[in-house]
Design a protein around this ligand. Structure first.
Ligand code: SF4
Length: 349
């Protein structure tokens, strides 16, 4: 596990061994404050730990202020080029500023942003993407290689370090999974800043999720990554669900784990809708338990020995089992209620 510097973003800590947080970004027009607020509430309710808002103009700064009043999750102001928007967002209460200091002009502007953030205890995220690398770095490396991404991110960080500003979080994303993973591996060795990880512009909901799971997952399993964003061409709510599921799949966040078999010619129960329904019913359950949903009694309980509780299809019945041991039979029609009864007994007890 890589140990990074702990950076405070509102009521959430990023890095320093804190739980890996899930972020998403509003896609409502930033100047439409009521729409942004409504979407932020939905994301917060779904478990989004940190909410980002694009701030392209002064009108949008007002939204930052309103979100800060109404939403408990930290609010990040995402700014391109205009340092005055960073200053105004900081004054409006933003919990983090995403800006690349190398893109905002002369050093006195960098100093002003660093001073405003330091005064309010706000960190800055530097976000380097392969599509927006500086011309000189691109010329030096010939293409947006992992080394080029790292050089760019560290150069941006140096501009802040020059002003003794170190509350920095770094992201270096590419839409290519292998390049993203390599870039994060390199920067993890080169600095102690917490890392915001993700595959950028990963694609539509299905392929984007697969690319994100491959990229974010392989980094998390190496102990790299302090906060994540799954970037999907889909509603932000999908990004939040995907992010939480990736954390669970990698074992870095608890919650219900469904173990279900792929079905085969031995399947004795209508398993696919059953597994989906059980997953749906347990979606809001915070208990750290595993639940097996298996197609047959021959292999089911044995294959799902690790599960705390489970169900397996039998001949005209369903078998309820715990830790691989069958505890009783249930009528196939009652299988969901019987299973839920056992789950409640575990989670309430
Ligand atoms: Fe087939 Fe039974 Fe294995 Fe499911 S648990 S895949 S039904 S053998």
């Amino acid at each position: 596990m890589r140990v990074s510097k702990a950076v405070k973003v509102g009521n959430v800590i990023i890095g320093g061994g804190a739980p890996v947080s899930v972020q998403s970004m509003l896609n409502t027009p930033s100047a439409d404050t009521p729409a942004c607020l409504a979407q932020a509430r939905v994301l917060e309710g779904a478990g989004c730990d940190i909410i980002r808002l694009a701030v392209p103009d002064m009108e949008s700064v007002r939204t930052v202020g309103v979100l800060k009043e109404e939403i408990k999750a930290p609010i990040v102001a995402d700014i391109h080029f205009d340092y005055r928007l960073a200053l105004e967002s900081a004054a409006a209460g933003a919990d983090k500023i995403r800006i690349n200091p190398g893109n905002i002009g002369p050093d006195d502007r960098v100093r002003a942003v660093a001073a405003a953030c330091r005064q309010r205890g706000i960190p800055i995220r530097i976000g380097v993407n392969s599509g927006s690398l500086e011309k000189e770095i691109l010329a030096k490396y010939g293409s947006p290689t992992p080394e080029a991404l790292v050089e760019s991110a560290l150069a941006h960080a140096a501009l802040l370090e020059k002003h003794d500003f170190n509350d920095i979080i770094i992201s270096i994303k590419s839409s290519d999974v292998a390049r993203t993973v390599r870039a994060y591996e390199l920067i993890a060795e080169r600095c102690g800043y917490p890392l915001h990880i993700g595959v950028t512009e990963a694609g539509t909901e299905r392929m984007g999720l697969i690319k994100s799971a491959a990229g974010i997952g392989s980094l998390l399993l190496r102990g790299i990554g302090d906060t994540i964003r799954v970037s999907l061409t889909a509603p932000p709510l999908s990004e939040v669900y995907a992010g939480i599921d990736i954390l669970r799949a990698c074992g870095v966040r608890g919650g219900v784990k469904i173990i279900s078999c792929p079905t085969c010619g031995r399947t004795k129960i209508d398993l696919i809708p059953l597994a989906n329904e059980i997953e749906r019913l347990l979606a809001g359950c915070a208990a750290d338990i595993s639940v097996a949903v298996m197609g047959c009694a021959v292999n089911g309980p044995g294959e799902a020995r690790e599960a705390d509780v489970g169900v397996a299809g039998g001949d005209g019945c369903a078998l309820i089992f715990k830790k691989g041991e069958v505890i009783r039979k249930a009528d196939e029609r009652d299988v969901i209620s019987e299973l839920m009864k056992e789950i409640r007994a575990i989670t309430d007890g």
